[in-house]
Design a protein around this ligand. Structure first.
Ligand code: NAP
Ligand code: F7E
Length: 339
């Protein structure tokens, strides 16, 4: 039986990847940071919680990482753990770097000393492209990060390549563009939009407050993307792959898609910071711009070129943005109905 160790199993991708690997017959071990609040909602939602063996773990603690690897003896390690929220990385850049950059190095160095045969997946990101040097972005596009998060992930990307080349470790990096799902963290823009607008549709009096609605992202479905992670570790040789849909949409378009799916009768009014969305049925403002949600430096446009993954991994995205909005809103509606 194949054994996989997933760091960051309580996050969005951790849940979908656990489900995929358990369905494939793996024994899955998951790492968890201790906390006083419930962390297993995603894993329970996908019905995998009871099939996973959990370990206390923090990427900041080398001996802890080594002990977990020695105890679980994994064939594959998927390093999904990270401080992954870009705005927070401006607030706590040093902790973000310690977790995201040195944390990755701590795992790689542990693999190198414990068992070089363990295959390793690193969760790299389109945030490394930042102020993009090319459109669309591919594996060969130069990096220009725009946040401490992006910078921290470039270290982990290159240290993964370095350990592969120096010590012959099967270490691959997936440069994943934004991927979303019903299980996306509540602060990320897509989830914030679908959950808030759904609550408003069901009678909540709140207003959706967002930042830069002109930012464009290449959004895919997390369920499709974790399959690419697994494919990378099944390849004979390790490598780096861009995983994306090849399409880009603005936050404004994502808001439109959500409003339409929820059947709001609405209109956009005003300009710039005063732009807002009004519900034509009662004249109330449903969405407005708030400077609190702008970042010190922004990534304006991301659009990935997934040709290498299509060619070499035979991977392609299956879920359109419209289908993704449906999945997310349907889930948010069920949460309200079952509350
Ligand atoms: P997520 O939902 O934010 O999950 C992050 C996970 O990392 C959580 O389980 C979190 O645990 C854990 N974690 C944070 N700090 C830790 C630490 N010091 N030690 C151990 N665990 C720690 O992220 P995601 O969306 O699933 O993304 C998975 C990975 O892919 C991340 O590395 C992210 O940076 C990267 N990525 C994501 C996207 C995307 O669009 N989703 C795109 C490209 C790359 P707690 O539950 O304790 O917070
Ligand atoms: O922002 C704009 C914001 O926070 C997307 C992480 O998973 O994907 C994610 O990073 C865009 C940005 O994701 C709000 O300025 C407007 O331009 O959903 P997000 P992100 O920063 O792209 C990458 C690939 C990762 O690797 C990261 O880990 O939306 N935006 N208004 C807003 N964003 C947020 N969060 N909230 C707003 O109100």
């Amino acid at each position: 039986m194949k054994r996989a160790l997933i760091t960051g199993i309580t996050g969005q991708d951790g849940a979908y990847l656990s489900k995929l690997l358990i369905d494939k017959g793996y024994k899955v071990f998951g790492t968890v940071r201790r906390s006083t609040s419930e962390k297993f909602v995603n894993l329970k939602y996908l019905n995998v919680y009871n099939k996973i063996k959990f370990y206390d773990f923090d990427l900041l603690e080398l001996s802890n990482i080594q002990n977990v690897i020695k105890e679980t003896k994994p064939h594959e390690i998927y390093n999904l753990a990270a401080q992954s929220f870009v705005p927070t990385s401006f607030q706590v850049p040093i902790v973000t770097t310690d977790i995201n950059s040195l944390g990755t190095l701590r795992i790689l160095d542990s693999i190198n000393s414990i068992n070089k045969k363990i295959k390793f997946y690193q969760a790299s990101t389109s945030e490394m492209f930042g102020k993009v040097a090319q459109i669309p972005q591919s594996e060969n596009t130069p990096f220009y990060p725009r946040s401490p998060y992006g910078v921290s992930k470039i270290f982990s990307h290159w240290i993964t390549i370095n350990y592969r080349e120096s010590y012959n470790i099967h270490a691959s990096s997936g440069i994943l563009f934004n991927h979303e799902s019903p299980l996306r963290g509540s602060e990320f823009v897509t989830k914030k939009i679908t959950s808030t607008l759904t609550r408003i549709k069901y009678g909540s009096k709140e207003t959706l407050r967002v930042g830069n609605i002109n930012a464009k992202r290449d959004w895919g479905f997390a369920g499709d993307y974790v399959y690419a992670m697994w494919l990378m570790l099944q390849k004979k040789n390790p490598d780096d792959f861009v995983i994306s849909t090849g399409k880009t949409h603005s936050v404004r378009q994502f808001i439109d898609l959500t409003l339409s799916y929820l059947k709001f009768d609405y209109k956009w009014v005003g300009k710039g910071m005063n732009e807002r969305v009004v519900n034509k049925e009662d004249g109330k403002t449903i969405m407005k711009i708030d400077k609190e949600f702008f970042r010190p430096a922004e990534v304006d446009l991301l659009i990935g070129n997934p040709s290498k993954a299509k060619r070499q991994l035979k991977w392609k995205p299956k879920t359109s943005l419209k289908q993704l909005v449906k999945l997310m809103v349907d889930y948010d509606e069920n949460q309200i109905k079952n509350a």
